[in-house]
Design a protein around this ligand. Sequence first.
Ligand code: ADP
Ligand code: MG
Length: 699
Amino acid sequence: MNVEEIFASNVFTIGTMKERLPEEAYEEIESVIENGGELSPATADIVAGAMKEWAIEKGATHYTHWFQPLTGITAEKHDSFISHPDEKGRMIMEFKGKELIKGEPDASSFPSGGLRATFEARGYTAWDITSPAFIKETATGPTLCIPTAFCSYTGEALDKKTPLLRSMEAISKQAVRIIRLFGNTDATKVTPCVGAEQEYFLVDQNKALQREDLIFSGRTLYGASAPKGQEMDDHYFGVIRERVGSFMHDVNIELWKLGVTSKTQHNEAAPAQHEIAPIYESANIAVDHNQLVMETLKRVAGQHGLRCLLHEKPFEGVNGSGKHDNWSIVTDTGINLLEPGISPNENIQFLLILACILKAVDTHADLLRQSAANVGNDHRLGGMEAPPAIISVFLGEQLEDVVKQLVETGIASKLIEGGTLQTGVSTLPDFEIDATDRNRTSPFAFTGNKFEFRMVGSEDSIGSPNTILNAIVAESFCEAADILEKADDFDRAVHDLIKEYLTKHQRIIFNGDGYSEEWVREAARRGLPNIPSMVESVSALTTEKSIKLFERFGIFTKAELESRAEILYEQYAKTINIEALTMIDMANKQIIPSVIEYSNMLADTVIKMKQAGADASVSSELLGKVNTRLSEMRDALSTLTKDERNASSMKRGKEQAFIYRKEIVPAMNALRKPADELEMLVGREYWPFPTYADLIFEV
Ligand code: ADP
Ligand code: MG
């Protein structure tokens, strides 16, 4: 296989545009990609024409505006290129500039949180020129996909891309102000760069399809643990099995064709769990590409008779899945601002940027936490497998020590390990960052030249986490630049500011074990927020602090924030409701009837044994145990059934979401408990669906 040849073969890349567009049109598009703005209608027509030709050569018959509504996944509506036949009945394939640039899907069924009344159903999609068009090859045939932003008719963002693009502009502008202060005059743009490591599970499709819970909610709602879990650590980085290997091979090919730089693959900690990671790229494209990764994993899994589970916690008792969002900020001249430099000047800049990020994360820990919240992630965060729900920053020993020295004495002149000290000037050391990351328990870890935000859920879009990160860092850059641009003695002022920020916000630094109980207490003592669940995180979006931040940088309006909060409450309630109904259904139609059948067999045995004058105690004890659990199940089932009915009839919104969290979730757990105990008691051939052992050890 020639990877160089297939890479991006289905992408209308900048190179393809250069080949296929007249010079003037190409230059115009290049300038819009670099500097923003709009294409002229004439150029849009030329680009659309070239794109259509290219797509048709690749076999495409349809195009779609590909967008990311607030459902967290992507949406598309296909239109073919065909037009009205001419008088001779001939068909000419058409694609105009205005169709490329703007679309009007009837989008009344997408969540808008009240932003767009259904009578004003029209939303529109607008081409995001910074993300290249591509061809998706699925069962519907090759389709030209145009990445777009999705807005209401009055311009409010109804998607995940629009605010992300706004946040990228904000951080670029503010970061440029910072580097100007340090004498950088050539960079004109700073781009947040993101590499998302994606975890997932693979199970056998036929077995998965025998479980309603996997079909409807993507996770198991019942299931006793298998005799073996992940305690042997024999799956992590283990040899990849043939069936999984051939799946990964095909996933890579599909992703490479789409220009996704799929780079790393390995088995993860839990049985049947795996990971895929691409090479990092501009945040905007990384968000799009992560969506393509998730879609491709699911699609290719189907072709291999497998089912890919992206849910954060498909199975109790073994690790769930997350997504590590690796984030850095890079100038258009190729300098990573999170890379400590070699000169004292660069080091000071690095320390200032670091101090600003600590300030941002401390000030807006609630927002960052919110950005990683989704229904599935409630099962992971704060468990012993994923970062705690408390936001803290891991810096590594060496940097933490530099911070400590600066805070205590105003001078950091020693390094605790390695490297000779060349302070050149002032009070700050030159250092090489100790990039070894010894801490996997931190939600937000500095790993040498990037931050790794490890809280994000595996199924979630990385749009929100990156929007929030960009926004909060833009704000602290802005506040620092406001002060430093006015300073008479810059060296003094920057030193004081670094010290001030580090002193004020050092409470957010934590290098210890994030899984420990002590940390929960210590964090409380430091006054760090501990937001345990998704519903409790939502209000972070609409605090005064949050509204001020987002409105200041034009990322969200107050109305947009309020609508997002509404949507999240609704999503929570709906998701839990589906899970509850699925549990009720499985209990009524599968588990209880099967257990009765088993009890019936036991009862027959008891009678026969007695008739035969044999000892019936084993069967009759078992029958007793089974019956006890069965009646517990019946009681829990009737409670859940009643509570679900009440909750689902409530008015949508915050109050309803909290009822689901506080009442329905515990009622579901109460139903699961006796059912899982029954699974351990009831004969294998009586149990109505595949067990954990069947699912995670037999792929
Ligand atoms: P890990 O130790 O977490 O496996 P890796 O070095 O393998 O770390 O990188 C994980 C992810 O981080 C990859 O997607 C990679 O492309 C991305 N990454 C590496 N450097 C950067 C950077 N400077 N900015 C953003 N992401 C990066
Ligand atoms: Mg990682």
